[in-house]
Ligand binder design. Structure first.
Ligand code: GLA
Length: 396
């Protein structure tokens, strides 16, 4: 099974944590269809941790908690499939899941067979309580091989948070996505932290195995399992733009049964989703990187190559057909900081000698601007906001 574009879906964890049950999953499935999310491309309904009993049955099989899931998991799968959607579940490479329920260690083949029998389409595979005597790559290979032999195509979503040099071995396992970050929470600080940690980590990202920056907090508005302060509309919009641009799977984490119009506007923006789902799956890169290198050479204060990069990156990604996605970010923490940002098309491979310029369409406002005099200017970009463009090359 080759996964050509980042998976899109919804996951229970961010909002519901332990409070999951059959009714919720069926309602979320309906909401996925009725809210327009399915039409926008979202496909997976994923049950995260805390779905099973604490004990396996006499055959060593995982048992769904009968109070939460009275009809079992095949029933849920049938319902989800009847709506044209796909079903995801969760387990862990250790003895226990992160919340202390049975993990798959030494039960990998039984569990893979069970998930196949339940007609699961995606398995998120966590990394808590794993034996220290086994290497991380082997733990993931165990489940990978079991899934590859289970008789069903099951998307393998590895969740070892980048630990133990995950990026160096994850593709050996055939995983289709891998968590490249720690856990997100619903706050600006978390979005900024995860975003900046990923800007320089793109070389392992792309077709077949995508960097998973964790589930989205868009629309949580400070409510739910990983809620903290909540975020503004602009902050959620930046969050969604960046995850989309960096080829991250887009797994919604809010309560999709009750979304505000603002939340829907972000999550169903088809032009932004098209950037994420672009068939080229190209590696994103800094389009204003040279500005900071020059600064540093001159003893400037922008430490581009340090642990975390600058507050005003411009990130680009080539798209199929010759367009380029361009996103200007203002991560400044001082809310009063508006940024005037520029980049030269030269940085994305378009020199003045080409006789071409860029025409940019803002994917959030629809505004179209042309890059005159060889530079792209974005003025008055407020702190915590971004401008995401699809740039087209046209005659000057
Ligand atoms: C870990 C994962 C989270 C979530 C929880 C469930 O922290 O990173 O995404 O699955 O476990 O316990």
């Amino acid at each position: 099974m080759i996964v050509k574009t980042p998976p899109l879906g919804w996951n229970t964890w961010n909002t519901f944590g332990p409070d999951i049950n059959e009714a919720l999953i069926l309602e979320a499935t309906d909401a996925m269809v009725e809210s327009g999310l399915k039409d926008a491309g979202y496909e997976y309904i994923v049950i995260d941790d805390i779905w099973s009993l604490k004990e396996r049955d006499e055959k060593g099989r995982l048992v769904p908690d009968p109070e939460k899931f009275p009809h079992g998991m095949k029933y849920i799968a049938d319902y989800i499939h009847s709506k044209g959607l796909k079903f995801g579940m969760y387990s862990c490479a250790g003895y226990l899941t992160c919340a202390g329920f049975p993990g798959s260690y030494d039960y990998e083949w039984i569990d893979a067979a069970t998930f196949a029998e339940w007609e699961v389409d995606l398995l998120k595979y966590d990394f808590c309580f794993h034996p220290t005597t086994e290497k991380a790559d082997v733990l993931y290979k165990r489940m990978a091989l079991a899934l590859a032999n289970c008789g069903r195509d099951i998307l393998f979503s590895a969740c070892s948070w980048g630990a133990e040099h995950t990026k160096q071995w994850i593709k050996e396992t055939g995983a289709h996505m891998w968590r490249s970050t720690g856990d997100i929470v619903d706050s600006w600080a978390s979005i900024k932290d995860l975003s900046q940690s990923q800007l320089m980590a793109q070389e392992y990202n792309g077709h077949g195995c995508f960097n998973d920056m964790d589930m989205l907090v868009v629309g949580m508005n400070g409510k739910g399992n990983v809620a903290l302060t909540g975020c503004t509309f602009e902050e959620y919009r930046l969050h969604f733009s960046l995850w989309a641009l960096l080829n991250s799977p887009l797994m919604i984490g809010c309560d999709i049964r009750n979304m505000t119009e603002e939340t829907k506007k972000i999550l169903t923006n088809k032009e932004v989703i098209a950037i994420n789902q672009d068939p080229l799956g190209a590696q994103p890169f800094f389009a204003n990187r040279y500005q900071f290198e020059i600064n540093e050479n001159r003893g400037g204060t922008a430490p581009f190559y340090k642990e975390y990069p600058v507050d005003i990156p411009v990130v680009a990604k080539y798209l199929e057909g010759g367009d380029v996605a361009l996103d200007f970010f203002n991560f400044s923490d001082e809310m009063k900081y508006f940024q005037h940002m520029t980049m030269t098309p030269d940085a994305i491979g378009l020199p003045i000698t080409s006789g071409k310029i860029l025409e940019l369409t803002d994917l959030w406002t629809g505004e179209v601007i042309k890059a005159f005099n060889g530079t792209v200017n974005v003025n008055y970009l407020p702190a915590h906001d971004c401008r995401l463009f699809r740039a087209r090359v046209i005659d000057a």
